[in-house]
Write a protein that binds this ligand. Structure first.
Ligand code: RIB
Ligand code: CA
Length: 313
């Protein structure tokens, strides 16, 4: 079975961390690069967190590059603590041995596209991808596939209208959705169907690996946030859905759609309008509709249990 070469563009982020570990643990996927973008926390922290996560998994062979610190859109000052002040649940970390690739994120992505078929998993604001399109016109036609966690058909999470990744940079999202690449969108209405429960956190903590312990430890404050915000501790695995799509495309029901983004607006900044009418059935833009959470949890447990804390050379 040929492995899918994957670049993960991310703003770690606790659910980003689980998505990255799932990708690293899945034989269907070869992670060939990780690029950081400002989002859940500022760029300096998302870059450090990307290095920390690859370091924990012993993967100093995977390049990590820093991308955009500011959105294309008017920045919105948000001191988000949803993922902790450091973005990973405020655990103690040693300085990661995984170094920072000197290239800008978009140049790393362009190099990886040039080296062979590449799929992109985008699990943060879409600023890096918009700058990629600007700096490398036409590159969208060389990318094998793009899976984005973002948007919402109905209820937002950062405002009633908008999901965070799109809200953080709606102009970037508009440019990414308008480009000619095979795009699959995992919006909140899908991702809210995928969540972990306390026994999953206990399972990770019992694995006897540092990855298991730290995954459980960073999920705990995230579960407390969910309890305060949604009234229960079910931890929504937004970003892992984008990775799951590349592991098992049959696992998530999908359909062709048209997607538009509200770029301005006092109340509707970052709202996504996901048009599911039959006229878009053959569209290359698809949206995730439904997923079996029990099956997803089982796959995630199996994969994370297979990860070993190997020493970085
Ligand atoms: O709305 C969910 C998205 O926003 C996820 O990517 C999460 O990590 C946050 O960035
Ligand atoms: Ca994210």
């Amino acid at each position: 079975m040929a492995r899918t070469r994957v670049l993960i563009d991310t703003d770690p982020g606790v659910d980003d961390a689980v998505a990255i570990f799932l990708a690293l643990a899945s034989p269907e996927i070869e992670v060939v690069g990780v690029t950081a973008v400002a989002g859940n926390v500022p760029l300096a922290k998302t870059v450090l967190n990307a290095r920390r996560l690859l370091d924990l998994a012993g993967r100093d062979d995977i390049p990590v590059a820093a991308g955009c610190a500011e959105p294309l859109s008017e920045p919105v000052v948000e001191d988000s603590v949803v993922h902790g002040r450091d973005g990973l649940g405020d655990l103690e970390w040693d300085e990661p041995r995984v170094t920072l690739d000197p290239r800008h994120a978009v140049d790393l992505i362009a190099d990886l596209v040039r080296e062979g078929p590449l799929s992109i998993v985008a699990i943060g604001p879409l600023t890096n991808l918009a700058v990629l399109l600007q700096r490398y016109p036409g590159i969208e036609r060389e990318v094998e596939g793009l899976v984005i966690m973002g948007g919402a058909s109905f209820q937002g999470n950062v405002t009633p209208a908008a999901e965070f990744n799109i809200w953080a940079d709606p102009e970037a999202a508009r440019q990414v959705f308008a480009a000619d690449w095979p795009l699959t969108l995992m919006p909140l209405d899908l991702t809210h169907q995928a969540y972990l429960v306390d026994e999953d956190l206990e399972y990770f903590a019992s694995l006897g690996t540092e990855i298991g312990r730290r995954t459980a430890a960073m999920l705990e404050p995230y579960a407390q946030f969910h309890d305060r915000w949604y009234g229960n501790r079910d931890v929504i695995m937004h970003d892992a859905m984008a990775v799951y799509e590349l592991i098992d495309p049959a696992a998530i029901d999908k359909q062709g759609v048209r997607v538009d983004v509200e770029v301005d607006g006092v109340h509707a900044r970052g709202a996504t309008f996901i048009d599911r009418r039959r006229e878009h059935a053959a569209s290359p833009v698809r949206v995730g509709l439904a997923v079996d959470n029990d099956r997803f949890r089982q796959v995630l447990r199996e994969r994370l249990a297979s990860l070993r804390d190997t020493e970085v050379d």
